[in-house]
Every structure is written in structure tokens, then in C-alpha cells.
Ligand binder design. Structure first.
Ligand SMILES: *[C@@H]1O[C@H](CO)[C@@H](O)[C@H](O)[C@H]1NC(C)=O
Ligand SMILES: *[C@@H]1O[C@H](CO)[C@@H](O)[C@H](O)[C@H]1NC(C)=O
Ligand SMILES: *[C@@H]1O[C@H](CO)[C@@H](O)[C@H](O)[C@H]1NC(C)=O
Ligand SMILES: *[C@@H]1O[C@H](CO)[C@@H](O)[C@H](O)[C@H]1NC(C)=O
Length: 423
């Protein structure tokens, strides 16, 4: 089979475009996230370790027999597209080259930052019992004609947003596309289609003290109950929305949930377990969806936790390592890493199984957990000069949270594509 999507041009981006795609707050937020990951790497799993997921959680896509909007076919019966294996595929795999997509932020351009191997780019996700349809950029753009698609969440969701833009922009001629940033919102426009693909920064979905990543302090991380509209007012009117939220909850500490306002001098807050606080945020998201998204015309997706590979002992590696220098994936089909995300997965299953609106879960956690080879590691732009101590020990500054592009995010979007058109 020939590749469906080939880059039509590889002309260099305008400097304006580069500027727009790297706003300072993102620099800081990414640097911060890495800091968090390093600082709290040990503590990430303080909760939930004893919890087991005993039963498979129900899928929540279909609440009735009516076809979902945008569907052009049906899902293969009895096939869970999130269960499967990675298959090496050198011939059809690559949708675009890193150098052909000018929108990839320098935190994710691994080749440009010296990654010596390219193997991580050539894996295709093969579900047990069915095959994914090929990603068709033209079909996706035709579907988005006169419409808006928005990704809402943290830097992992931003990676998926950029991947989607890269997948689509290969078939859009130069001059017929643009990328702009307006504060927390980043907008890619396909002019001939009057279509936008957007990203909105809201790492907790709720209002939080991390919304502006320049003004925050780690130990004080706090979200405000009942505040979803603070951000949600910027999501109204979109046709396809893709949420995620996970990483920023992982402090290993109790979560402060504010009852009053962030402007109050004396803050009125309660401390809740991460799961309980997360549940509040998810329920708010479901309620927002119920109020603002028409199930007959729009679609809502939720992307599950993106796994970290910060501790090599979790996959039987030598102590003291992480994803640094990893070029092979984890072979154990039952691998899940530490159990710390299981209790969050359970909350997701519980909240969505009670939701009265169709929310399509993109359950990418398991399939991504095998991919210790796919992180950016040290091959990314560093915002602060590295110290001699760091340089002597690359493990200390490897980013085992984010993923190279092209790479794993493209698979997440193939799964999104599959669920959108074949729900
Ligand atoms: C991709 O989608 C377009 C628009 O629906 C269609 O015309 C085309 O045949 C599709 N390409 C493939 C390879 O399926
Ligand atoms: C372009 O798309 C927007 C929605 O994003 C819609 O409101 C508007 O009417 C469209 N304009 C044209 C000329 O189709
Ligand atoms: C990286 O891994 C390779 C083999 O997997 C090994 O030979 C090499 O020593 C490692 N390099 C470092 C700096 O750890
Ligand atoms: C996602 O997949 C994992 C592993 O297959 C499963 O344990 C979990 O229940 C699924 N989560 C949801 C919300 O469906």
C-alpha cells in the first residue's frame, strides 16, 4: 500500500510562523514540567498503589442507537482498538518528516537536536482482531470544512495537537495555512477549508494557579472548584473537542481545592486526595459538555494518561536510569509501569460511565506505556544552559514525559481518526 499522505512541499517556515509557535509561556511551562517530573519522579506513585482494576471499564461512546456525528462506518465488532501490539513498518509508516512540518515546537524535534536513531518513527499500532483505517488528511479536512476542532489540556495534548496539524498540513499548499497564538489559545487555520485546529492551555481544565505557567509555585498547586467556565467560555462553539488532563495532578501530595476565589486574601480551600480532586475536575468537564456540546452535531473525546518512563527499574532496567538512551520498546504485553495511574484510570471509567453525553475515550495509556523509546529524552531544545554536572550525567536532564514528533502522537491521532469516523 502506498502512503496516503506525502508532504507536498518542504519549504521553510516564515520567521513569523516560528515566532507564533513558540510563545514564552510554553517555554516556561515545559521547562517547569520537566522540573516537576525530575523533582517528583520519586513521589509520583504515592497513592493508588494498592488499587487494582478488577473489571474492564465500559466504553461510553454510544448511549443510544443513533449514529454519532461524522461517522462514515462502524467499528469492527468485538475489536478493542486500544489492545494490540506494535508492528515494525518501514514502508508505509511515516506520514511526514520532522523537517517537513514547521509547526513542531523545538521541545519535540528530536532529530534536529541530535537524536542518532530514527527507529521510533517506524512503528504502526496493530489492534488484535482488526486494522486501523489509514489516516486520510483530505477526508479530515473536508470534514472540518467551516468547522473548529479544539484540543484542550496540557503539553501532552499540545503535542497531539501539533501532530494533527502536521498530519493535515502536508496536503495544504503553502500560503493556504497559518498558525497564530493568542494567549492560551493557538490556532492553525486551513484557509481554503475555513477550518481551524486549535489548542487551549488548561492543564487542570479547571481554573488553577498554573494557568499562567510563569506565575506559580509547585508546592502550592491549587484548582478552583466550579470554575470550568473560566476556561470553558473559550471552548464554546467548537465542533470537535479533545480533552486531556493528568500530568499536573501528579504531585504525590494532596491537592488543594479552592472554594472561593484566587483573589481572596485568605484562601478558603480543602485538601483532597488526588483522585477526589481529579474526579471533581472530570465531573465539571462532563457537565460543561452536557451544557455546551450538541450530541447531534458535535463530538467529544478524552485522552487518558500519557505514561512516564522516569524509572528504569519499573521495566527491569539497571537502577538509576530512565528513558535516556532507550531505543527499544518494552516487550511485556502486560507492562503498565508503576501502578500510580490505575486509580486515576478508575476515576475516568467511573465518571464517564455515568455521563449522559457521549464522550469517546481514547485509551492510549497501555499502548504508550510500551514506548520507552519514543520520548524526547535529551534531544530537545534546552531553555537553560546545562550545568557541567548535568552534562556529565544525561539521565539527570532527560525528558521522559514528552514524545518526539513524528512519533507516538501520530498514532493517538490515527486512533482519534478511527473513532471519529468509525465510532
Ligand atoms: C481520502 O478522502 C477523500 C475525501 O473523502 C477521498 O476522495 C479519497 O479517495 C480518500 N483517499 C483514500 C486513499 O482513501
Ligand atoms: C467559517 O467557519 C466558521 C466556523 O468556524 C463559520 O462560523 C463561518 O460561517 C464560516 N465562514 C464561511 C464563509 O463559510
Ligand atoms: C546506550 O546504550 C547502548 C546499548 O543499548 C550502550 O552500549 C551504551 O553504552 C549506552 N550509552 C550510555 C551513555 O549509557
Ligand atoms: C483502558 O485500557 C486499560 C488497559 O487495557 C484498561 O485497564 C482500562 O480499564 C481502560 N480504561 C477505560 C477508561 O476504558
Amino acid at each position: 500500500m502506498k502512503p496516503l499522505i506525502k508532504a507536498s512541499s518542504s519549504s521553510s517556515p516564515s520567521s513569523a510562523l516560528r515566532k507564533a509557535s513558540v510563545s514564552p509561556y510554553l517555554f516556561v511551562s515545559l521547562a517547569f514540567l520537566l522540573f516537576v517530573a525530575v523533582l517528583y519522579g520519586e513521589n509520583l506513585c504515592m497513592f493508588g498503589q494498592q488499587l487494582q482494576l478488577s473489571r474492564p471499564l465500559s466504553r461510553t461512546e454510544k448511549k443510544d442507537d443513533e449514529a454519532l456525528p461524522f461517522a462514515i462506518g462502524e467499528a469492527a465488532e468485538g475489536c478493542d482498538i486500544f489492545r494490540g501490539r506494535w508492528v515494525r513498518d518501514k514502508s508505509t509508516r511515516l506520514h511526514y518528516e520532522e523537517s517537513q512540518c514547521p509547526y513542531i515546537q523545538p521541545q519535540l524535534t528530536c532529530q534536529a537536536h541530535g537524536r542518532p536513531d530514527k527507529e521510533y518513527q517506524f512503528w504502526r499500532w496493530q489492534p488484535h482482531g482488526c486494522s486501523l483505517p489509514s489516516f486520510n488528511a483530505t477526508l479530515m479536512l473536508e470534514t472540518l470544512r467551516g468547522k473548529r476542532m479544539m484540543f484542550v489540556g496540557d503539553s501532552l495534548n499540545r503535542g497531539q495537537f501539533v501532530s494533527m496539524v502536521c498530519l493535515l498540513q502536508t496536503v495544504i499548499p503553502e500560503g493556504a495555512k497559518s498558525m497564530e497564538t493568542f494567549g492560551s489559545l493557538q490556532v492553525f487555520t486551513a484557509k481554503d477549508y475555513n477550518a481551524t485546529v486549535e489548542f487551549y492551555w488548561a492543564p487542570f481544565l479547571l481554573e488553577s494557579n498554573s494557568d499562567n505557567a510563569i506565575v506559580h509555585r509547585v508546592p502550592d498547586r491549587m484548582v478552583r472548584k466550579g470554575s470550568i467556565n473560566k476556561h470553558g467560555k473559550h471552548w464554546k462553539g467548537v465542533d470537535i473537542i479533545v480533552f486531556n488532563t493528568y500530568l499536573w495532578w501528579m504531585t504525590g501530595m494532596k491537592m488543594k481545592v479552592l472554594k472561593g476565589s484566587f483573589d481572596d486574601e485568605v484562601k478558603d480551600f480543602v485538601e483532597l486526595s488526588t483522585e477526589d480532586a481529579y474526579r471533581i475536575a472530570l465531573k465539571s468537564m462532563v457537565r460543561w459538555t452536557q451544557k455546551n456540546m450538541d450530541p447531534k452535531k458535535t463530538r467529544v473525546f478524552f485522552v487518558t494518561m500519557s505514561p512516564l518512563h522516569t524509572k528504569s527499574t519499573e521495566w527491569g532496567g539497571a537502577p538509576g536510569g530512565n528513558c535516556y538512551n532507550e531505543t527499544a520498546m518494552i516487550e511485556d504485553p502486560n507492562y503498565w509501569g508503576s501502578d500510580c495511574s490505575k486509580s486515576i484510570m478508575r476515576v475516568i471509567g467511573q465518571v464517564f460511565s455515568k455521563a449522559e453525553v457521549p464522550i469517546t475515550v481514547l485509551n492510549i495509556t497501555q499502548l504508550s506505556s510500551y514506548r520507552k523509546d519514543a520520548h524526547t529524552s535529551i534531544h530537545k531544545k534546552q531553555w537553560n544552559p546545562l550545568t557541567p554536572e548535568q552534562l556529565a550525567n544525561p539521565v539527570s536532564y532527560a525528558d521522559c514525559v514528552h514524545w518526539c514528533l513524528p512519533g507516538l502522537h501520530d498514532t493517538w491521532n490515527e486512533l482519534l481518526f478511527t473513532r471519529l469516523f468509525y465510532p
